[in-house]
Design a protein around this ligand. Structure first.
Ligand SMILES: [Zn+2]
Length: 341
């Protein structure tokens, strides 16, 4: 759970370790970068490094949390009184009361640790009022506290909040590092780990998701939609296909947040399929395929999507995902997409 357990992100890690060693950690930091690359893990590792009881050479730049003391254990179990982890509620939002509670606690000295750490995961989900409540604290930060805002969508934060927090940008994790992590920490077989890692674009979270039912559903839905679009004769048929992409998952409750997430997953699966189609269409090595198990489906699809169409399609899906991440309406996004693929 210390910095040692994090893959990649050497520069960010070194920066944080140095800042703690020299007691120069700012009162607020913004961790940005793609979903699932380890931003929150790094925030927790930082909280442990700050509050670990064993303090091996506290001023040593490479010092890390021990992972075994009482404080490290409580942080790992989310039971440490000075490490507050906030995440969206089931509704998908972080409410103003939650932030007010954390802000009130942050005003006091830490109970047992050296510094109170407030981690706000998916900070972009804070409602406007919550962001304003936080802003007041960031304007006059309490000396014993540090706020870590974790988000893949920093542009959805108020400019006033963003401008108070220096940003640390997390890049993706290499496919080799992701595969290695899936094998050693999550017990996947090497073949499956490699396929999931290639499909995940440097996101360990996405790679784990690649193993789940939700991902299989998304992939089937994306493949079916691509087949329908390859056959579509007119705009009406294309818009019919668009509807299938925004439908709720079977047996799952529909809500704006859940539907948006489902669509995002389907579009990411579609992008991965289109990338595979380029390989198939150009006769490339199938060992690089993310969906090696779907090779026959891909062969069928490749009749509708030759290399240029697959390449262009990949770019189009990428634009759709970008629009979705900027809060565009799912229906507008899929209609736009279906008319262009
Ligand atoms: Zn420790």
């Amino acid at each position: 759970m210390g910095f040692a357990s994090i893959r990649g992100h050497q520069t960010v890690r070194r920066l944080l370790q140095r800042a703690v060693a020299h007691d120069r950690l700012p009162p607020c930091l913004l961790f940005t970068g793609p979903d699932g690359v380890g931003k929150r893990l790094t925030a927790v590792a930082l909280a442990a490094r700050i509050n670990c009881e064993s303090r091996p050479d506290p001023d040593e730049e490479s010092a890390d949390a021990c992972g075994t003391c009482g404080a490290c254990g409580r942080i790992a179990r989310d039971m440490h009184p000075d490490v507050i982890l906030i995440a969206p509620e089931e509704s998908g939002a972080i409410k103003v009361d939650t932030i007010r509670g954390a802000v009130a606690q942050a005003a006091y000295r830490p109970f047992e640790g050296r510094r109170r750490v407030v981690i706000i995961d998916e900070a972009d989900r804070m409602v406007g009022e919550a962001q304003n409540a936080l802003l007041k604290t960031l304007e006059e930060p309490p000396p014993g506290s540090v706020f870590l805002l974790v988000t893949a969508r920093p542009h959805q934060l108020l400019v006033t909040v963003r401008s108070r927090c220096p940003a640390l940008r997390f890049g993706g994790v290499s496919a080799e590092d992701t595969a290695e992590l899936l094998v050693t920490e999550h017990g996947l077989a090497r073949e499956a780990a490699r396929a999931a890692a290639v499909a995940s674009d440097g996101s360990v979270g996405a790679a784990l998701e690649a193993e789940s039912d939700a991902y299989v559903e998304a992939r089937d839905s994306a493949a079916t939609a691509l087949q329908a679009l390859a056959r579509a004769r007119n705009p009406k048929q294309r818009l019919e296909t668009a509807k299938t992409l925004v439908s709720a998952r079977r047996g799952k409750k529909s809500s704006p947040a859940a539907d948006r997430e489902t669509l995002g997953r389907r579009l990411r699966a579609m992008a991965a399929l289109l990338r595979d189609l380029q390989l198939v269409a150009t006769g490339g090595a199938t060992s690089g395929l993310a969906h090696a198990d779907l090779e026959s489906d891909l062969q069928a699809l490749s009749r509708g999507f030759d290399a240029p169409r697959a390449r262009q399609g990949f770019a189009t899906v990428d634009r759709a995902l970008h629009a979705l991440s900027r809060n565009a309406s799912p229906k507008v996004v899929v209609d736009w997409l279906a008319l262009r693929l």
